[in-house]
Ligand binder design. Sequence first.
Ligand SMILES: Nc1ncnc2c1ncn2[C@@H]1O[C@H](COP(=O)(O)OS(=O)(=O)O)[C@@H](OP(=O)(O)O)[C@H]1O
Ligand SMILES: Nc1ncnc2c1ncn2[C@@H]1O[C@H](COP(=O)(O)OP(=O)(O)O)[C@@H](O)[C@H]1O
Length: 222
Amino acid sequence: MATNITWHHGHITRSERERQLNQRGVTLWFTGLSGSGKSTIATALERELVLKHKKALYVLDGDNIRHGLNKDLGFGPGDRQENIRRIGEVCNLFTDAGIIVLAAFVSPYKEDRDKVRALLDASQRKPNDEAPSINETAVNRRKPFVEVYIQADVATCEQRDPKGLYKKARSGEIKSFTGVSPDAPFEAPENPELVLNTGMLSVEDCVSRLVEYLSAGGYLAF
Ligand SMILES: Nc1ncnc2c1ncn2[C@@H]1O[C@H](COP(=O)(O)OS(=O)(=O)O)[C@@H](OP(=O)(O)O)[C@H]1O
Ligand SMILES: Nc1ncnc2c1ncn2[C@@H]1O[C@H](COP(=O)(O)OP(=O)(O)O)[C@@H](O)[C@H]1O
């Protein structure tokens, strides 16, 4: 497909953008069932990082993206795959810009999430960007893609049912509903960087753990 097009390199590197923002670009990828708590945690973390830590951050959320960029997509496996592929590209651009991205998508397929991880990993190693110097082991270990499993089982999510979608899925009004319909499984992450069990932890606990992770990993300062 990509014929007769060439990558045009700019003059400003990712590190320079990050230095200016005093942070490191990263995508925190929240995956989990509908009602598991992805949006609630993402927006609570957004408040904390923007208002208290003064960080540059953007939340990408399933429902919102499906109102615009991906409004042509449904919930069959092919459309979900394309949904995550496009969002992965958007995350890659934001992360390269030095922004902290909170991406909250059901993203039920492991392969699709792994592809986003591979895309962001490859982008961080772009030859044009920062050449790792001797003392950059921490930088080399810092990941541009951090998978956060927002864990809550179907029973818990169904009991919450904040949007009434489980009720609709059980009555057959919504087809292919993740975790309910046999044709819409959720593949839990095998090696996520973080697991937040929202049946056990409060929203505040989840936010604290995320801030701690980012702080300890050196993402919140250049
Ligand atoms: N069939 C079906 N299955 C799952 N979810 C459904 C479905 N139909 C509508 N919704 C609503 O769409 C939101 C999920 O969109 P995503 O883009 O995150 O889904 S996916 O990653 O492509 O699987 C999801 O948002 P959250 O509840 O915030 O997860 C639902 O509000
Ligand atoms: N620890 C928790 N973390 C996040 N949400 C929680 C938690 N405990 C209870 N909830 C509730 O669960 C629901 C999660 O809904 P939502 O954030 O929209 O989920 P999702 O974005 O995954 O669909 C909300 O009503 C929220 O108040």
